[in-house]
Design a protein around this ligand. Structure first.
Ligand SMILES: [Zn+2]
Length: 174
């Protein structure tokens, strides 16, 4: 069942992380171009711009609910880079940094750190509400490292380097 049927409930949940959050169906043309570049034929990935979380209509409500803490953390990151005023204010700086390090494939440190921060936050939240055990959060982050090192994120850097940073983030699970 598509998350769109439960949009109201999910948006309410998302707003507990940042009041400004709005959920949107990910169907605009830039996403189609992006999926073509990354050869992603069946898009199930949610993307955040400013205070907007874009999710493909075919994503399930349960799936989206599980990753809302991760995407909400990105909204918070946009807020940091928007000088705490509004996540929308962070779009120029955040996306500049994200894109700057997009092209020198292999050295996308900004992307790696922002993604690890978001996923660490998500796992912390899951542990808080007892959806996972604190000790398995580290293993979950290791799984994310493998995804982050791959095609979906255009190979930001060597997996072993990402793992090095991920191990630092793991200290937050104690
Ligand atoms: Zn992310």
């Amino acid at each position: 069942m598509s998350w769109v049927n439960e949009k109201e409930r999910l948006e309410k949940y998302a707003k507990t992380f940042d009041k400004s959050i709005v959920l949107k169906v990910k169907d605009a043309w830039p996403f189609k171009v992006w999926n073509w570049i990354t050869q992603n034929k069946k898009d199930t990935v949610s993307t955040t711009f400013g205070n907007r979380i874009y999710s493909p209509a075919l994503s399930s409500a349960k799936g989206l609910e599980g990753i809302i803490p991760h995407e909400a953390r990105h909204v918070k990151q946009y807020r940091w880079f928007g000088f705490m005023i509004h996540p929308l204010m962070g779009i120029p700086l955040f996306n500049l940094l994200y894109a700057l390090f997009l092209f020198p494939v292999g050295l996308a440190i900004f992307r790696v750190l922002m993604e690890l921060d978001a996923e660490t936050y998500r796992l912390q939240k899951l542990a808080e509400v007892k959806k996972i055990q604190t000790k398995s959060a580290g293993k979950e982050l290791d799984r994310f490292v493998k995804i982050l090192a791959g095609k979906a994120y255009i190979y930001p850097m060597k997996e072993s380097w990402i793992q090095f940073f991920a191990d630092k983030f793991k200290k937050k699970f104690n």
